[in-house]
Design a protein around this ligand. Structure first.
Ligand SMILES: [Zn+2]
Length: 422
């Protein structure tokens, strides 16, 4: 992360002093050039951050494009999985149908077998009786029982018919049996190929699901990466907002210093002998003596987290918590609100610039439920600026308070212990 290196404090004594009331004008020329220098530095830093932000946004849109393509791949896989599932369902139904058909064929075949069996027994009986009587006795009995020649012919024909009929029935049964067996083998084959098909589809489906799980993981990690990059971008935007506010504050100071210089030049033209030591016109030089009394505690409640390392991460502020509604947040010292907005990390946050006898400090008040003052407001020590809340990346109602010696710069907050009572 870029580290900002502007030392606004150096110029503040004179330059920003105009904002806070107290200005000595004997070094206006020096302060104007110093303020211009600060202005250039802030502008340079802003353009640096803007180009970083552009690169960051490219990174984010690249991650978003990757997510889109993974998402469309997931959609394609989902369609394939659904299709496979439909095929499995269809083939499984066909398998059940085929199995029912096989059962039916087996039943038919059993009936047929029984009939053939019975027929065989009957025919065997006939053959046995034929053999036992040493010839076609049973038929001959029939024939010898004839009462006339025509009766004999009739009987002979009848015997032949019976024998032929027996043969026909047997042959028919054999044919039926063969046909059934053929059908059975065919259906069995059909069942085998159906089962193989289902196994194939199921294997494909498993592969598709594995691919899908892989894509899901990829998407999750891309989303996580994007969230991280978005956070970096948010930090950059916040830095840019704060730098913009500082640039505006410097510009106001510059204009005031230039006006003071012009006034001084006009005065010197009128009264060349005038002393320039105290510049009494600006007034307010009787500021209170530097003491611990310059700051007051920013909120009531208990300190739940100190400045310093916390869970392996640097905690750049002090957390003060108190439950209940309408817990006030106070300005830690006299100063000017130069930023008041919502950020995803800080929630509702106010930045105040203080000039404590020439030393610039910045205080930050995060996670407020509501803000009572806006940009440009001049606040007094102990004045309520908002209400304690739980907005942004916060777990539980508390104030996250940060102190900077000099102007705000990313990750450069100092430990407020010993400076601000809390
Ligand atoms: Zn905190």
């Amino acid at each position: 992360m870029r580290k900002t290196v502007i030392t606004l404090a150096a110029a503040a004594t004179v330059g920003l002093g105009t904002i806070f009331g107290g200005a000595s004008i004997h070094t206006e020329a020096a302060s104007i050039s110093s303020l211009k220098d600060q202005q250039n530095k802030v502008q340079k830093e802003r353009s640096g951050i803007k180009s970083d932000l552009m690169k960051q946004n490219d990174k984010i849109s690249n991650l978003q494009n990757q997510q889109n393509s993974v998402e469309s791949e997931i959609k394609r896989l989902e369609a394939a999985i659904n299709q496979a599932a439909a095929q499995i369902k269809e083939k499984t139904a066909k398998i059940a149908e085929t199995k029912a058909e096989i059962t039916k064929l087996q039943e038919e075949s059993a009936v047929l077998k029984e009939r053939i069996e019975k027929r065989n027994v009957l025919l065997k009986d006939r053959i046995r009786s034929y053999q036992e009587t040493g010839g076609v006795i049973s038929y001959l009995d029939v024939l010898f029982g004839a009462t006339s020649f025509s009766d004999f012919i009739d009987r002979a024909n009848a015997v032949a018919t019976i024998m032929a009929a027996d043969q026909d029935i047997l042959q028919q049964h054999e044919a039926d049996k063969r046909e059934l067996e053929t059908k059975q083998t065919e259906v069995q084959k059909n069942l085998g190929s159906l089962e193989k098909m289902v196994a194939d589809i199921e294997r494909t489906n498993q592969q598709l699901n594995a691919q899908r799980a892989e894509k899901d993981n990829l998407l999750a990690s891309l989303e996580e990466q994007e969230a991280e990059e978005q956070e970096v971008a948010m930090d950059m935007k916040e830095q840019e907002n704060i730098l913009a506010a500082q640039e505006a504050a410097i510009k106001r100071s510059l204009q005031a210093a230039q006006a003071a210089q012009a006034a001084q030049a006009a005065k010197q033209a009128q009264k060349p002998a005038a002393s320039s030591s105290s510049g009494g016109s600006a007034g307010g030089s009787n500021a209170p003596a530097v003491s611990s009394g310059n700051f007051t505690r920013p909120a009531p409640g208990v300190v739940t987290s100190q400045y310093g390392m916390r869970n392996g991460k640097m905690h750049y502020g002090v957390d003060i918590a108190k439950s209940g509604g309408g817990v006030p947040i106070w300005a830690a010292a006299d100063g000017e609100v130069y930023a008041a907005h919502y950020s995803s990390s800080y929630g509702n946050v106010i930045y105040i610039l203080h000039n404590i006898n020439g030393q610039i400090y910045t205080t930050v008040y995060a996670h407020m439920s509501s803000m009572g003052v806006g940009v440009g407001a001049n606040v007094k020590k102990g004045q309520q600026i908002g209400t304690m809340g739980n907005t942004g990346a916060s777990r539980g109602q508390h104030l996250h308070f940060e102190l900077y010696k000099g102007r705000w710069a990313y990750h450069s907050a100092i430990n407020p212990a010993g400076i601000v009572p809390y």
